[in-house]
Design a protein around this ligand. Sequence first.
Ligand code: VGL
Ligand code: ZN
Length: 198
Amino acid sequence: MTRALIVIDMQRDFCPGGALAVAGGDELVAPINAMMRDFDAVVLTQDWHPADHRSFAANHPGTEPFSVVQMDYGPQVLWPAHCVIGSAGADFHPGLDLSRADLVIRKGFRPRIDSYSAFFDNDHATPTGLAGYLGERGLRDVTFVGLAHDFCVAWSAIDAAKLGFSATVVESACRAIDLDGSLAAARQSMTQAGVVLA
Ligand code: VGL
Ligand code: ZN
């Protein structure tokens, strides 16, 4: 038991028609379902925000979505409200095969801090518990797919590599938001961190 597939944020709000839609996000459902068979374990992440979350532009009067503000943990992009706890938009895409998922990691539920990575909040310090889970199960080789390539997938893969996991991103099974060159920057950061881009 060594290889885990980590499926990042395959939720309605990140797919076409959703509140923070990533172009082509729904195209990933079938290939990701097919990939699940090839791994010893499957973990899903679920972006899961309270309505008053500080990553939402609506909670910073006078700001627009996709602008950047300074938070005490660093710069933060302000997003349209998305993946609100209990809303339909927070559900997984209805086509995603949930039967193979051993674990669902929810993230972003603390109102004052965002959490792109499956491993840590955006302070890079508050853990989600995923590293402990993978470690206890002996899953040292982790492959990332899902949404969005340049935010939650990239931050997760970089943290995995920094934590000593063997980390791969299957780029054909990811789609990007691509805000001001964020995909190119994310790919460079991933490569620098030792993430394999497959
Ligand atoms: C994500 C922005 C805000 C992601 C989540 O899944 O990449 N991006 N929340
Ligand atoms: Zn979010």
